[in-house]
Design a protein around this ligand. Structure first.
Ligand code: ARG
Length: 461
């Protein structure tokens, strides 16, 4: 029987791989993007091999210059990716051997694709997490600038999407700043667990060669070394953890998107989104659709989906490595790309959002949003809170009937509900009075909002 099997592992095979199985099993279509990390890992491995005497200096030099050449070929689009070579690791190794012969064939000493791929993903993810941390920071800075610009803009605050109490628009924006601060922390925290070296775990049990795992970890700037070889090659919990953090970030961006979509509708008309972030309708000439926030909200679904994929891919696997793990890549890469582009588009859109301050103000006047203030006023005049609640409820009902806000009722009208009400009530029934009165840590007065922005700015430095 003629034998035409894979050069890198075909020794024990008598039949070549089925053509469709080759396509089915290949990861080269998507794992190419690991190439720079694969090369980085191989350079560290070769360096260590030469230091412990498993490669000569000359062999190591040949390998490193071969890998440098391959990286250039890949960057310039000249590298010839082959499906027959299945994945990024074997494509690079095979090319290396064609460049430097026997030295190339020695690179895989004391290593397996199992610890190699785990190393590559960790390097890839660490790099991208660092980029994402910067991206979150940039978005936070835009939020702070907008919040400062709107630090005395009054809008209705909502509960149950019903006007509740007046708040400052800048305060509302700062809520998202807080969410992103926690997202940043979560990402930093998960970076620690990404930053551990699996290299040296080999296929699953370690290797018989006198390798130096500390040295490769140090060369790759890993803070730790995975301490169990089976765990090192098989678990992808760091990918899952990252995707969980990414899901939370997307959930936050999605809520923000939802608000922008609602606020930009003709019915709310609180904000004007920049034309360059919206599209028109091919049939309804009046339309200006908030595509960008809608897409961010929509893309949140795929990131949540990726999390479910990853968890499910992992849950039934016995130790140690299984080919199932090849399925970790597409969801991971997709989550990284999606998150990156959503953060970027938000950062570009935010400074171009125009708050329609008059509309926000007038809308706040409509919802009896100072009712709580009137109740608090009566409590200060000696009425128990429950009774005050009742009195104000009646005043609101009267206001609705006569189509007047509380601050539009006359003193006599107000006094008909409780004679403790005096002329000074109008200070607290005004929207300005209501926001100014909430002047403690974390509350909405313009003064507190400015304080919060100041603290936030210094936390970013
Ligand atoms: N392409 C493979 C993956 O992504 C690399 C590791 C292959 N290891 C193996 N034992 N077949 O997981």
């Amino acid at each position: 029987m003629t034998k035409e099997t894979n050069k890198l592992w075909g020794g024990r095979f008598n039949e070549s791989t089925d053509d469709f199985v080759k396509i089915f099993g290949a990861s080269i279509f998507f794992d190419k993007i690991l190439a720079p990390y694969d090369i980085q890992g191989s350079i560290a491995h070769a360096t260590m091999l030469s230091e412990v005497g498993l490669l000569t200096i000359d062999e190591k030099d040949q390998i490193i210059s071969g890998l440098d050449q391959i990286l250039k070929e890949i960057d310039s689009g000249k590298f010839n990716w082959s499906l027959d070579l299945e994945d990024v690791h074997m494509n690079i190794e095979s090319r290396l051997t064609s460049i430097c012969g026997d030295a190339g064939k020695k690179l895989h000493t004391g290593r397996s694709r199992n610890d190699q791929v785990a190393t590559d993903i960790r390097l890839y993810l660490r790099d991208n997490v660092d980029g994402l941390l910067v991206d979150i920071n940039k978005l936070q800075i835009e939020l702070l600038d907008l919040a400062e610009k709107e630090s005395s803009t009054i809008m209705p605050g909502f509960t149950h999407l019903q006007a509740a109490q007046p708040v400052i628009f800048g305060h509302h924006l700062m809520a998202y700043f807080e969410m992103l601060s926690r997202d940043f922390e979560r990402l930093e925290e998960c970076r620690k667990r990404i930053n551990s070296s699996p290299l040296g775990a080999a296929a699953l049990a370690g290797t018989t060669y006198p390798i130096n795992r500390k040295r490769t970890a140090e060369l790759l700037e890993f803070e730790n070394i995975c301490s169990n070889s089976l765990d090192a090659v098989s678990d992808r919990d760091f990918v899952i953890e990252f995707n969980s953090v990414a899901s939370i970030i997307m959930m936050h961006l999605s809520r923000f998107s939802e608000e922008l979509i609602i606020w930009s509708s003709a019915q709310f008309d609180f904000v004007e989104l920049p034309d360059s972030f919206c599209t028109g309708s091919s049939i309804m000439p009046q339309k200006k659709n908030p595509d960008v926030p809608e897409l961010v909200r929509g893309k949140t679904g795929r990131v949540f989906g990726n999390l479910t994929s990853l968890l499910t891919t992992m849950k039934g696997q016995p130790l140690a490595y299984n080919k199932d793990n090849q399925e970790d890549k597409e969801p991971l890469f997709d989550t990284v790309d999606t998150l990156k582009s959503c953060l970027r588009v938000f950062t570009q859109m935010l400074p171009n959002i125009e708050a329609k301050r008059d509309n926000m103000y007038n809308s706040t006047k409509k919802g009896y949003t100072t009712a709580t203030d009137l109740a608090d006023y009566l409590v200060n005049k000696g009425l128990p809170f429950r009774d005050a609640h009742e009195v104000v409820g009646k005043s609101v009902s009267y206001g609705i009937e006569h189509q007047k806000d509380l601050c539009e009722l006359s003193l006599t009208e107000l006094q008909s509900f409780d004679d403790r009400i005096e002329d000074d009530v109008f200070d607290i029934l005004s929207l300005e009075g209501a926001v100014n009165a909430r002047d403690h840590l974390g509350a909405t007065s313009p003064n507190q909002v400015m304080q919060a922005i100041k603290v936030a700015r210094s936390s970013l430095k």
